[in-house]
Write a protein that binds this ligand. Structure first.
Ligand code: S3P
Length: 443
């Protein structure tokens, strides 16, 4: 990063109250730009997340020939057509964004393109073998840094070889990389998903006019994409990101007297696990005005402070809330009793090792916990404030930074995040939104 670290500490002098919206869904924003860039004609996007991760995708698609512009409050994408991506002239800088990297590797894999992917220190530690493996089977070749990491250079193959692939990890990024590679591949590309993950790629590919079927089977969901479609441009309204809504949601649950409405939150069942789990812990959350916007379920969430009770979180719900565990750990730290969360091996390879980094930060703030190989067991205060009084290392991880900023709202002594800059990757308006609910920055 170009600038020195910016520490952050939030406080709440009283209840949090108000109605807020959160920025557009990150997963849908990435896919809107990518599919818009492959459609023939103009795709218009409202509510795009203007975070650094999504802007990295926009820059990469522009470098490969698409035209992407913001006019007033909408984004306009002029696509090159399936198979029309051009050779980028410089390395593609993915910043902090695993989604940009893995999905774009899928796109490059079936084009006659050589591309180099670079990223920040966090992204350069993350495993890319999970996409290198299937994309190699389709014919792409790779020169990666040790351990299958960035920086890496890949060469796509055109025409690529269609693949039938069973996902070895529950990952929407791997699924999407293979499906996106399958767009410019003759024949049928099939992904079998033993454990369902977020289905935005399937919904949006179908919405853009690709022929795609999803069938249940004893092996899992079988997703079949017919290659070489002509994608039709779309008008897209991006719903609010449930992974961002999670922060004001838990803030309202843990700050006494709070009453907050978060409007226009995406409630796709493959993303909505956090609300289910918090309700099982006794949280007062009402899902109001359920509706469908642009093919995605959306609702307004009304959340009021109240007592939480520790539970054992069923591991099979993890994929539908995989990005929400850091903030669930914070909620658990204020619950009565112990919350046991397992089956979370994937958290160790996110923007940071979210189990180890959260365990260290929570312990420093006075939380009673046990780190497990694949999760955490957290014993909460029953709603009382935590001791706090720590400076937490966020390890370039936006969700760690925001989680500890929220924890500090109910701590006796300030909780400081060493560096809040990564928050801009997914939620540039986070601090302003929390201030609008009554939180304040500690000096
Ligand atoms: C994403 C999938 C998830 C999630 C990430 C976004 C996507 O990653 O953690 O924030 O947009 O497909 P995995 O596929 O690694 O589980």
């Amino acid at each position: 990063m170009d600038h020195p670290p910016i520490p952050l500490s939030l406080a709440a002098a009283g209840p949090l109250t108000g109605i807020v919206t959160v920025p557009g869904d990150k997963s849908i924003s990435h896919r809107s730009l990518m599919l818009g860039a492959l459609a023939v004609g103009e795709t218009v996007i409202t509510g795009l997340l203007e975070g650094e991760d999504v802007l990295a995708t926009a820059a990469a698609m522009t470098a490969m020939g698409a035209s992407i512009q913001k006019k007033d409050q909408t984004w306009h994408v002029h696509g090159v057509g399936v198979g029309g991506l051009l050779q980028p002239q410089t390395a593609l800088d993915m910043g902090n964004s695993g989604t940009s990297t893995r999905l774009l590797m899928g796109l490059v894999a079936s084009h006659p393109i050589t591309a180099t992917f670079i990223g920040d220190a966090s992204l350069s530690r993350r495993p890319m073998g999970r996409v290198i493996d299937p994309l190699s089977l389709m014919g792409a070749s790779f020169t990666a840094s040790p351990g299958g990491r960035l920086p890496l250079t890949m060469q796509g193959l055109c025409p690529a070889v269609p693949l039938r692939y069973t996902l070895p990890v529950a990952s929407a990024q791997v699924k999407s990389a293979v499906l996106l590679a399958g767009l410019n591949t003759p024949g049928r590309t099939v992904v079998i998903e033993p454990v369902a993950t977020r289905d935005h790629s399937e919904r949006m590919l179908a919405g853009f006019g690709a022929t795609l079927t999803v069938e249940p089977s004893p092996e899992g969901r079988i997703i079949t994409l017919h290659g070489e479609p002509e994608l039709r441009p779309q008008i897209i309204t991006v719903p609010g990101d449930p992974s961002s809504a999670a922060f004001p949601l838990v803030a309202a649950l843990i700050v006494p007297g709070s009453d907050v409405t978060i409007a226009n939150v995406g409630m796709n069942p493959t993303r909505a696990g956090l609300v289910t789990i918090l309700q099982a812990m006794g949280a007062d959350i009402s899902v109001m005005h359920p509706r469908t916007v642009g093919g995605e379920p959306v609702a307004d969430l009304v959340v009021r402070h109240g007592a939480l009770t520790g539970i054992e979180v069923p591991p099979d719900i993890a994929p539908s809330m995989i990005d929400e565990f850091p903030i669930l750990f914070v909620a658990a730290a204020f619950a009565q009793g112990t919350t046991i969360m397992t089956g979370l091996d994937e958290l160790r390879v996110k923007e940071s090792d979210r189990i180890a980094v959260m365990a260290a930060g929570l312990a420093a703030c006075g939380v009673t916990l046990k780190e497990l190989p694949d999760g955490l067991a957290i014993t909460g205060t029953g709603g009382d404030p935590l001791p706090g009084g720590a400076t937490v290392d966020a390890h370039l991880d936006h969700r760690i930074a925001m989680s500890f900023a929220i924890l500090g709202l109910n701590a006796r002594a300030p909780v400081t995040i060493d560096d809040a800059r990564p928050i801009a990757t997914s939620f540039p308006t986070f601090v302003a939104m929390m201030e609008s609910l009554g939180a304040t920055r500690r000096k």
